[in-house]
Every structure is written in C-alpha cells, then in structure tokens.
Design a protein around this ligand. Structure first.
Ligand code: ATP
Length: 210
C-alpha cells in the first residue's frame, strides 16, 4: 500500500470562492499533502439546491479558479470523480475508492460541515478511513467551546484523528456570491475575475436559473 499523502476537499462549490481557494492552499501546506483532490459533489446530500444543478458548470468554475495558480499541475487535481458517479455523493464511498490508492487519506471540513459529521451517511466509516482536517469558518469563530467539545467527542467515541488547519478566517459563502451576482453587484473581492466572466457568459445564476 502506498503511503502517498492524499487530501480530499469535497463540497458543492456553487460557485468556488476565495474562502475555498485559500482553504485548499492552507490544507495542502498544513498537512504536507502529496496530492490534493478538489471534488465537487454530484447531488449534495446535506443541502437542497433549489435551482437546476449542473455539476459540470461547478467543475469548470473550479478548473478556471485553480488553473493560473502555482502547484496546479503538480499537486492539485480538480477531480470529476463524484460528478461521474451520477448518483448522490457520499464521502464514505469516495474514501472507499481512494483507500486503494493510499492508506493516508485526509478530508477537509469547514466548521459547519465538521460540526455535523455525525449526520453523514456511514460517518463511523469516514472516521475509520480518513483523518479529518478542520478549518475555522468566521461565523463559527466565537463558538470555539462547542468546537472543542465536539472534537473531544469525536476523538473519544470514534477514535477520530483530527488536524487543525490554520488560516486567517475569510467570511465568504457561495450563498453570498450567488446573491450578489443575482443583484448584478461586484464580486471582485469574493471570486476570481475569470470565474465571474464565465458565470456571466453562461448566466449561471441569472434570474431564470435561480
Ligand atoms: P453555500 O453558501 O452554498 O452553503 P459554502 O460557501 O458553504 O456554500 P460549500 O461548497 O458548501 O461552500 O463548502 C465546501 C467546504 O468548504 C465545506 O467544508 C465548507 O465548510 C468549506 N468552506 C466554505 N467556505 C469557507 C470559508 N469561507 N472558510 C473556510 N471554509 C469554507
């Protein structure tokens, strides 16, 4: 079995924003990953999306966001693995696949996802198969007591292996980006210029797609 250190960063990325991009680099560095797979999900199991979901557009926006950055060819892979499954994405299933490549797997979770890990399908298997890297999201920053007690519970109940990824908190969500685009507002501090140009070209979050 290979010991290559693999990171998996899953999410909806609808669209990818600066918080995601910075998190990916912080994860790569803090966990000294050999490869980082950034993986949009097919149908997000934890949230209902009200507009017609097109995973290929989310995938393409990720490719655009990461392509001009260093290490892109080298370590970061924008992966269509979950999109190709054409079925609801579950992290445990993705990990079952990647464990054949390496036994050193780490998934990245922002605080909102981290705190709800016990609601994920077969979450005990997720704890078995992967280390959990946690990155703080700003709105949850003041609830550090809750984060600490949840971490403790995961460790005691499920033998979770948890790593903290340090990053200056970035208060951005895809929801905010979609709203700004719908209202024809500036997003230059939230998403890369090329991603906005792609969104506008295909009217991805326009009134008819909302
Ligand atoms: P939405 O607003 O549509 O719910 P989102 O901004 O939360 O989207 P997701 O694609 O759902 O983005 O997030 C994927 C992963 O990235 C999750 O683990 C989430 O916690 C994390 N994440 C998202 N935004 C940030 C951020 N600003 N800082 C740190 N982590 C983040």
């Amino acid at each position: 079995m290979s010991n290559i250190r693999i990171g998996i960063y899953g999410g909806t990325f609808d669209p990818v924003h600066l918080g995601h991009i910075r998190s990916a680099y912080a994860f790569l560095t803090a966990c000294q990953l050999d490869r980082l797979f950034i993986m949009p999900n097919f149908i997000p199991p934890h949230k209902a999306i009200c507009r017609g979901d097109d995973p290929m557009l989310r995938l393409q926006m990720l490719k655009i966001a990461f392509s001009p950055l260093p290490f892109y060819d080298d370590k970061i892979i924008i992966s269509d693995f979950e999109v190709r499954q054409q079925e609801t994405s579950y992290t445990y299933k993705t990990l079952e696949h990647f464990k054949w490549i390496s036994d050193d797997l780490t998934i990245l979770c922002g605080t909102d996802n981290f705190l709800t890990l016990e609601k994920w399908k077969n979450f005990e298997r997720v704890f078995e198969l992967a280390n959990i890297a946690h990155i703080v999201r700003p709105n949850t920053f003041d609830e550090s007591d809750e984060i600490l007690s949840v971490k403790q519970r995961y460790k005691e109940k499920y033998n979770a292996r948890i790593v903290d990824v340090p990053m200056a908190p970035i208060d951005i969500s895809s929801t905010e980006v979609r709203e700004r685009i719908r209202n024809h507002q500036d997003t230059s501090t939230l998403i890369p210029h090329d991603v906005r140009a792609y969104i506008d070209k295909y009217d991805i979050y326009g009134e008819h797609n909302g």
